[in-house]
Write a protein that binds this ligand. Structure first.
Ligand code: CTP
Length: 476
C-alpha cells in the first residue's frame, strides 16, 4: 500500500533540518528510521537515539553533519560496519549507508552491498522498526512504509519485513528483541514469527552473551517481565539462556504431598517486585532467588518436600550464572548473591520477632536491608487471601521492629564502639588474635542485647573479656 502521510511534527528538533541540509550538500537522500519513528508514533516520547540512513555513505553524512553543528562534535567511525556516530546536546546520532545484505548459512558475517532505502528497510527486524521519515526538503517528514508498519503499530503486532526464517536467521538476536518489544510495548508476536522463533531458537547460541544480557536487562525492567520470560519459555529460548530456571519447572507429588512450581512462582515474584522497585539488580535477585531449589530438592516421609540450604547453593549458582553469561563479577553480583543467600531470613523471623534476631538481620544485611525486605514481600505469592494478609502483616511487624531497634541501637552502619587500636593500647598488644576475639565478643554482646551499642558499656565489656583471656592493662 502506498503511503503519503507526513509527520513533520516528529521532526521539530532542529537537528533534523541540519541532517537534511548536510544530505543536500552531499547530494544524497537521507531518512530517520527505526526506534525514533516508532516511539514517536506510539507517543512514547522522543527517543534520544536517532538512527539515520543515507542512500550513499553514512560516514560522509555524519562528517558533514558535524561540520554544520556548533562545536563540530567528534565523529566516531566504525569502518568495519560502515557506520558513524556523534553526540550532540544529549542526543546520540547514528548514521549508516543504505545497504543490501546477503547472509550465507555458514557465516555470521553478511556480504554488504550498497542498496536503496527499500533494500535497507527489508533487512531490518520488524515492520514497526522499518518505518522511515524522509529528510528531503521537498518531502520533509514523509513516511516511507513499504510493509504496512503503521498498521502493525496500530494493532500492536510484531512482524518481520521478510520471511521470518530469513530475518531471524540473519541475526538471531532479533528473536530476543521480538520478545523484549512484546514485553516492553505489550505487542503480540505474529504467529508465523513466533513459530519461526521456535524453529530457530538454537541459533541464539551464536549470539554473544553481552547482547543477550542487554535484552534480558530490558525485559526485567518492564512493568510485567513475566510476559517476556513466558515467551522465552514458550519459544524454547529459555534453556539456552537460563537452564537454572527451567530446572525449577514442574510439580512433583509423593505420598500425596506436592510442592509448588518454583518456575512459575519465580515469575510471579519478578512481577511483584517490578511493582515496587526500579532497581535492576534487585529484579535480578528476584529472578534468581530460588535457583538453588532444583539441586536441593528432597523428599522424606517425616518432613515432606524440603529445599535445605537452597539459599546458600543458590548464591553459589549466581556466581556461575554471571560468569557463564559474561556478566561483570563485581559488587552488583555480590549484591544479588547476598539477596539470594538471605532471602529466607526475614521469613524465619516473621514468626518470632525478637530484638536480637532483628539486630542480627540488620547487621548481616547492612545497607541492603530495605532491598531484602522488598524481595521478601514480593516473594509472597499465595492465592489464599487470609494467608496473604497474614504474611504481609508479619513483615509489617518486622519492619516496625526494625525501625524501633535501629533508632535505639544503630546497627545499620555498624562501627565497633571500641576500636582495635584502643584495645591494643589498653593491653599493650601488638596486632594479634586476641584483638579480633575481643572485638567480636563486643559485637556479639551488642547483637544479643547484653550491652547497648555505646562506648562506655562496650569498654566495660572489653575489660571483662580481656580478663577472661588473661590480659592485663598496661600503665600509661
Ligand atoms: N535493527 C535491526 N536488527 C537488530 C537491531 C536493530 O534490524 N538486531 C534495526 C531496527 O530497524 C531498529 C534500528 O536498527 O529500529 C535501531 O536499533 P536499536 O537502536 O538497537 O533499537 P531501537 O529500535 O531504536 O529500540 P531500542 O532503543 O528500544 O532498543
Amino acid at each position: 500500500m502506498q503511503q503519503s502521510q507526513f509527520f513533520e511534527n516528529a521532526l521539530s528538533d532542529p537537528i533534523f533540518r541540519t541532517v537534511s541540509q548536510a544530505a543536500k550538500n552531499l547530494n544524497l537522500e537521507s531518512y530517520v528510521i527505526g526506534g525514533y519513528v516508532r516511539d514517536y508514533l506510539l507517543n512514547r516520547g522522543s527517543a534520544k537515539d536517532l538512527d539515520f540512513v543515507a542512500v550513499g555513505s553514512g560516514i560522509e553524512l555524519a562528517m558533514e553533519v558535524s561540520q554544520l553543528l556548533p562545536g563540530r562534535p567528534k565523529v566516531s567511525i566504525f569502518k568495519h560496519y560502515g557506520t558513524a556516530m556523534l553526540k550532540f546536546q544529549g542526543l546520540e546520532l547514528e548514521f549508516v549507508g543504505a545497504r543490501k545484505e546477503s547472509y550465507h548459512e555458514d557465516s555470521r558475517n553478511p556480504a554488504v552491498e550498497n542498496g536503496t532505502l527499500e533494500d535497507d528497510q527489508n533487512r531490518r527486524d520488524f515492520t514497526v522498526n522499518a518505518l522511515a521519515l524522509s529528510l528531503d526538503d521537498k518531502q520533509f517528514g514523509k513516511l516511507i512504509d513499504p510493509f504496512n508498519g503503521l498498521q502493525d503499530l496500530k494493532y500492536k503486532i510484531l512482524k518481520t519485513p521478510l520471511d521470518p526464517d530469513i530475518t531471524y536467521s540473519d541475526d538471531p538476536l532479533r528473536m530476543l528483541r521480538a520478545i523484549r518489544f512484546a514485553t516492553q510495548l505489550k505487542f503480540t508476536i505474529e504467529k508465523d514469527s513466533l513459530e519461526s522463533i521456535k524453529r530457530n531458537a538454537k541459533r541464539i547460541e551464536i549470539i554473544s552473551n553481552e547482547r543477550i544480557v542487554e535484552e534480558i536487562h530490558k525485559i526485567l525492567m518492564t512493568d510485567v517481565p513475566s510476559i517476556g520470560f513466558t515467551l522465552l519459555h514458550q519459544t524454547g529460548l529459555l534453556p539456552y539462556i537460563f537452564p537454572e530456571l527451567i530446572a525449577l519447572e514442574g510439580i512433583e507429588e509423593k505420598e500425596g504431598q506436592l510442592h509448588k512450581d518454583n518456575f512459575w512462582h519465580t515469575l510471579e515474584v519478578v512481577d511483584n517486585i517490578a511493582q515496587t522497585t526500579h532497581e535492576l539488580w534487585l529484579r535480578w535477585a528476584a529472578l534468581l532467588h530460588d535457583i538453588g531449589k532444583a539441586p536441593t530438592k528432597r523428599f522424606d516421609k517425616k518432613n515432606g518436600w524440603t529445599f535445605h540450604g537452597h539459599e546458600f547453593v543458590g548464591s553459589k549458582m549466581v556466581y556461575k550464572l554471571f560468569k557463564r553469561l559474561n556478566m561483570p563479577l563485581n559488587e552488583k553480583m555480590k549484591f544479588v548473591q547476598q539477596m539470594v543467600l538471605m532471602s529466607s531470613r526475614p521469613i524465619v523471623l516473621a514468626t518470632e520477632v525478637t530484638d536480637s534476631a532483628v539486630r542480627r538481620l540488620i547487621f548481616d544485611a547492612g545497607e541492603h536491608i530495605d532491598n531484602l525486605m522488598t524481595l521478601c514481600e514480593a516473594d509472597i505469592t499465595t492465592k489464599n487471601p487470609k494467608r496473604f494478609k497474614k504474611y504481609h502483616d508479619n513483615f509489617k511487624r518486622v519492619r516496625e521492629k526494625m525501625v524501633e531497634v535501629e533508632e535505639r541501637d544503630h546497627i545499620r552502619n555498624f562501627q565497633p564502639p571500641v576500636s582495635g587500636e584502643e584495645i591494643m593500647e589498653t593491653f599493650g598488644l601488638s596486632p594479634s588474635r586476641e584483638i579480633g576475639i575481643i572485638k567480636d565478643a563486643i559485637k556479639e554482646a551488642i547483637l544479643e542485647g547484653e550491652i547497648p551499642n555505646e562506648y562506655e558499656a562496650a569498654k566495660t565489656f572489653m575489660y571483662r573479656k580481656a580478663k577472661e583471656l588473661g590480659l592485663k592493662e598496661v600503665n600509661r
